[in-house]
Design a protein around this ligand. Sequence first.
Ligand code: KG4
Ligand code: ZN
Length: 329
Amino acid sequence: MLAKKRVKDKLIIGIESTCDETSIALVKNGTDVIYELTLSQVKKHAKFGGVVPELAAREHIKNFKYLGNKFFVKIKDSLDDVTAIAVAAKIGLPPAVSVGEAYATGISKALNKPLIKINHVLAHIWGVWVDPEFIVKPDFPFLGLIVSGGHTILAKFTSPTEYKILGQTVDDAAGETFDKVARVLELGYPGGPVIEQIARTGDEFAYKFPVPLKDSDDYNFSFSGLKTAVRYFIEKNKHMVPGYMLKYFKADVAASFQYAILSALVNKVKKAIDDTGIKTVVIGGGVAANQRLVDLLAQSTNGVALYVPHLKYTGDNAALIAGYAYNFV
Ligand code: KG4
Ligand code: ZN
């Protein structure tokens, strides 16, 4: 009897520094996270109301030094078995991306292993694959919704690397809109989590904000009009709200805004399901951490398998990069 040929494991080191997370990970066969370390710089940028690219780059240099020391001590026995180094090479803040690229290039040369450049926006779809709680991974084809700070994309994936973009934002991204509205509401940065939190105490039907393209006959999104409408509304009404009521006013505005932007996302996903007949939906990117989005999607997509990674794998993380890179080795 012929012995079954053993398929060699593929071990990939991932490097992520596209925005304000410094992250390094070792992932086996695209799904098994062996070790990962991530440092968030969010507190450093919060006082500026958003990510400052040069500051992010400086912090990445410092953080990679610190995380790298720890990481390579821990994985030293696996180094010979490493297949490749994957780096989030686009799309992000250029000074921050360059730090990760230089660091990954150094590792690739030192270990004499190939360097794979990964589009981190696409890698956001890979959260469910590296999340150990999803033992069963999504079937292809699926509809992928990538909602991050810089991108809003609805695509049909026929394989991990083959996809057709059905629609995307024509102006601001969903995460960016959360951040900008949070700034107008003086809630701090990053806007998504604070808006979600305060919205829990508000009434999402208190105010009706318009969302351009929400019901258009395509799959595109437009959020800049919504942001402006919310800003004008606040400027017009804020001074009429007594001080002790301000937090309730903000909660209602946050909840109504959140409902408007999330409904726009949900409507287009629903339309794509109806039009394509595809009944598997995978979401990723920072905004996928929003529980109200998940609830609204679940409510309006009956009979659809909805895959949402846990918080850790919605945002930027090197495990996504190393995991997704498996599809290119
Ligand atoms: O994917 P990500 O970590 O980084 C980019 O590639 O941009 O996404 C960050 C974005 C930020 O705009 C942040 O406000 C948003 O994701 N975000 C959220 C939530 N958590 C993070 N938006 C809505 N609700 C949340 N819970
Ligand atoms: Zn990202």
